[in-house]
Every structure is written in C-alpha cells, then in structure tokens.
Design a protein around this ligand. Structure first.
Ligand code: FAD
Ligand code: NAD
Length: 417
C-alpha cells in the first residue's frame, strides 16, 4: 500500500497497561479506511477520549501530508498500536486484545481489511523462505525491497497475474531483475480486463523483457541447504530457476472475529447503505465491507482504496449525523500505474464491450454496455479531464441504442454526455 497509505513509523509506543478502557467510538484496524474514518471524526469533531484506533501494525495510518496533519497528531484520539484484537463480543460491545485488555465501545467501526492468501492454502509449502515475498503492509514492502536489492541482475518469478503481480513485475523490471510471470488464467488481470485489453499490457511487458507462462500454477519449490528457494516447479512440468519469488494470489477479508456474530456476504461483513452491519452498533468499511452498490442494485465487496476512503467517510457521517446522511451511493473505481502506463476503470465490466482509440498507440479505451445502458468505462493514457468524463458518463448510465455509433464516437461520447 505504498502509494495509498505511506505509513509514518511512530516512535511513540503505546503501552497498554490498564484494564477495561471504554470509548464511545472504536475503529478496529489501522489501514487506509481506519485513517480516513479518523480524519472524518476529527473534521466533524470528537471530544477528548471519545475515539480509539486499535491496530495490529506498529505504525499509525498515514497518507500524504495534509491528511497526516489531520490525524497523526490528533487531539483526543487514542492510538493503540502493535496490538491485535483476538476476540470480539458484539452483544457485550467489547474487544479483547492480545495483551489481555478489554476495550469497550458504544459504536465499533470494523476496518480490518484483508490478508494475503498464502501458497499453503493451495497446497504448496515455502511461504516462509527468505526469498519468497508477499505484499500487504509496510513490513512486507521493506522486506520485498531488501530481497529485490539482493537479487539485482538476477531472476524473479512472480506468481499471480492480478494487481500485485502486474505492479511488482513492473517494479522488478525497473530494478533490473529478469521476470517470469506465472498465473492460471489465459490472460493477466482476468477479473477486470478483456483478452484484448490484457494483450495490450502483456505485449508492453514483453517488450520490457517479461516472460509470461499462462494457464498453469506452481506445484512446488526447490530449496538450497539454507532453505532458500532456488527453483519454481510448475504443474505443466516446467522448472524455473530463480533468485526470488513474489506471490500475489489474492486476499481474504479479515472477518474471523465476527463470524457467527454478524451477517457475512461476498466474503465480507454485510452492511446497509449506512455501512451498518446486522448489529446496529457495528459498522464496517474498506476491504472487509460488503455494501449495496445502488448503481447496480447489488451487494459488492471492493478491494480498492477509493472505496476504502469513501466508505470510511460515509460511515462516520452516518454515525455522527444520521438524519442528514443518505445511503452510500458509490461508483466503483479501480486504477493502476505501471511503467509509463496508467489506466482507470469506472463501473461494472459486464455486457458487450466496445473499444475505441488506438490500441497500437498510447491512448485507448473501452465501454461496457449492458441491457441497453453504459455500465462501465476503461481508459488508458487519458488526461484528468478525460478520466473525469468517463466517470461522469458511467455514473449517468446513459441509454445506448447503437454500439457502432458508440464505437465511432469513442471517447467523445463520454466527453459530450
Ligand atoms: P487495510 O489497509 O488492509 O487495513 C487493515 C488494518 O486492520 C491493518 O492495519 C491491519 O493490521 C488491521 N487489523 C486487521 N485485523 C486486526 C486485528 N484483529 N486487530 C488489530 N488490527 C487488525 N487500491 C487501489 O485502488 N489502488 C492502488 O493503487 C492500490 N495499490 C495497492 C498496493 C498494494 C501493495 C496493496 C497491498 C493494496 C493496494 N490497493 C490499491 C488496495 C488498497 O490498499 C486496499 O483496498 C485498502 O488498503 C483497504 O483499506 P482497509 O483499511 O480496508 O484495509
Ligand atoms: P488479485 O485478486 O488482483 O489477483 C490474484 C491473482 O492470483 C489472479 O489474477 C490469479 O492470476 C492469481 N492466482 C489465483 N490463484 C492462483 C494460484 N493457485 N496460483 C497462482 N496464481 C493464482 O489479487 P492480488 O494481485 O494478490 O492483489 C491483492 C489485493 O491488493 C487485491 O485486493 C487488489 O485489489 C489489491 N491491490 C490493488 C492494486 C490497485 O488497485 N492498483 C494494486 C495492488 C494491490
């Protein structure tokens, strides 16, 4: 989360000694959503001692200077860092920390995010090897950088063709490492990209020297006598010698504390349009929340920073000013930047796909049309104004009668809507 939540290592260690503290508001988790929720509380005003953040990480949520000034040195927010909550009792409204303290709340905001899926969950051992890296938090990022630096000029195998795989592969190449990407699907970013969009990025990566092995998965590692991985064995029989491995095979939301206590859906904590769970004193935000997306009339759990920020703000507004706060009305937004490439996507990737622009150049895009309406928009290499235009057009869900005409108008359609 380097880009979205650069965390400042605080030299303040909060030593929790007393038993049984009570707060009006407790934010459980110290990531992006927690940081934005805290900022919103500060903006709207909380009294001394009313709000507490409990985070397993030893560092405070932090993002960009303006935000940090809002909540890193907050008046009246209790930061309980380096502290894992090991159980929750939503009936009693208490949390029990690994240090043995009970913290009670009137309102709880669950912002526990997600954890990286481990290879062991797919039957492969070796996640603990010193040259196998995952990437979820700042500790992982520091480790990855150290391993990468020690392998400069060498080989890396990247397992997974999603966001982590694509972004880490680009960073490794920039850091002069030879990269082979391995993933089970027929093309990269399979959850979002069409084969045609994926081929644009794969071709670009190939020109940068990245080797793709698709349609297969890892079956085992070879290790040296120090327990370092020396080769990756694939199910198709290929053996890849390597100096390091990066694994990005998806995440699982951290819902464990609340299983059997709150209603879950789509792997997350189900909330209503006020981000309120099946227990009215518990809200959920960020990656862990499954919330109604009004625009598409269904419930979704999104794993992106914009949704973490906006769901956090909305939950705090709903808690502090319920009568003035309507239902969360969110337009899904995903983006990535790699090498000199940069894309944004808004909405939903279902229905017919209409491409526009020059796929052999640096700017192109696609629209998704479902049931006669524009529901999704993708743009690579756009300007700020063009991205704003596709976002606005997607939110309006205009009627599309003629796909050929939409193709002919291309980006101009979104700009004119
Ligand atoms: P997190 O930020 O994961 O925070 C969860 C917090 O809860 C952590 O502090 C964790 O320690 C804490 N926690 C969990 N369980 C407990 C417990 N039991 N006790 C105490 N604390 C607990 N999204 C984008 O849209 N664009 C990007 O470019 C982008 N880049 C990314 C790059 C990386 C490397 C990663 C990993 C993610 C990226 N994302 C990006 C996704 C984005 O970071 C997440 O969607 C976002 O962090 C979700 O925020 P969150 O607060 O819900 O969860
Ligand atoms: P992901 O869901 O984007 O991709 C997971 C990938 O794992 C799949 O594309 C697939 O190729 C691969 N995979 C699945 N099972 C596998 C198996 N058995 N063996 C090998 N490969 C397998 O997840 P991620 O890339 O791990 O990213 C983790 C989280 O971080 C996601 O929530 C993502 O949204 C977030 N993230 C977002 C951004 C961004 O928005 N720009 C950047 C980085 C990370």
């Amino acid at each position: 989360r380097e880009e979205v939540a650069i965390r400042l290592v605080q030299d303040v260690v909060v030593v929790v000694t007393e038993m049984g503290r009570a707060f009006v508001y407790v934010i459980l988790g110290g990531g992006v959503a927690a940081g934005y929720a805290a900022l919103e509380f500060v903006k709207r005003g909380v009294s001394q001692g009313e709000l507490c953040i409990i985070s397993e990480e030893p560092v405070a949520p932090y993002e960009r200077p303006a935000l940090s000034k809002g909540f890193l040195l907050p008046e009246g927010i209790e930061l309980v860092l380096g502290t894992r909550v090991k159980s929750a009792d939503v009936k009693r409204k208490t949390l029990l920390t690994a240090t043995g303290e009970t913290i009670s709340y009137k309102i709880l905001i669950v912002a526990t995010g997600a954890r990286s899926l481990k290879l062991e969950e797919f039957g492969v051992n070796g996640s603990d090897a010193e040259n196998v890296c995952y990437l979820r938090d700042v500790a992982d990022a520091n480790r990855l950088v150290n391993v990468m630096q020690s392998c400069a000029g060498g080989n890396a195998v990247v397992i997974g063709g999603g966001y982590i795989g694509m972004e880490c592969a680009a960073s490794l190449v920039i850091n002069k490492t030879n990269v082979t990407m391995v993933f089970p699907e027929a093309h990269c970013m399979a959850r979002l990209f069409t084969p045609k969009i994926a081929s644009y990025y794969e071709d670009y990566y190939k020109l940068k020297g990245v080797n793709f092995i698709k349609g297969t998965v890892l079956s085992s590692f070879d290790f040296d006598s120090n327990g370092k991985v020396t080769a990756v064995n694939l199910r198709d029989g290929t053996k890849l010698s390597t100096d390091m491995v990066v694994v990005g095979i998806g995440i699982r939301p951290n819902t464990g504390l609340f299983e059997g206590q709150l209603t879950l859906e789509k792997g997350g904590i189900k909330v209503n349009g006020m981000l309120q769970s099946s227990n009215s004193s518990v809200y959920a935000i960020g990656d862990v929340a499954a919330f109604p997306v009004k625009l598409f009339g269904d419930t979704r759990r999104l794993e992106h920073v914009d949704s973490a920020r906006k769901s956090a703000r909305h939950a705090v507004a709903a808690i502090l000013e319920p009568e003035k706060t309507g239902e969360f009305d969110y337009l899904p937004f995903f983006y990535s930047r790699v090498f000199t490439l940069s894309w944004q996507f808004y909405g939903d990737n279902v229905g017919d796909v209409v491409y526009y622009g020059d796929m052999s150049g640096s700017t192109f895009g696609a629209y998704w049309v479902s049931k006669g309406h524009l529901v999704g928009s993708f743009l690579e290499g756009g300007t700020k104004e063009e991205y704003e235009a596709i976002a606005k057009a997607t939110r309006l869900k205009p009627e599309i009668e003629d796909l050929d005409e939409l193709e002919r108008q291309g980006l101009g359609f979104a700009v004119k809507v």
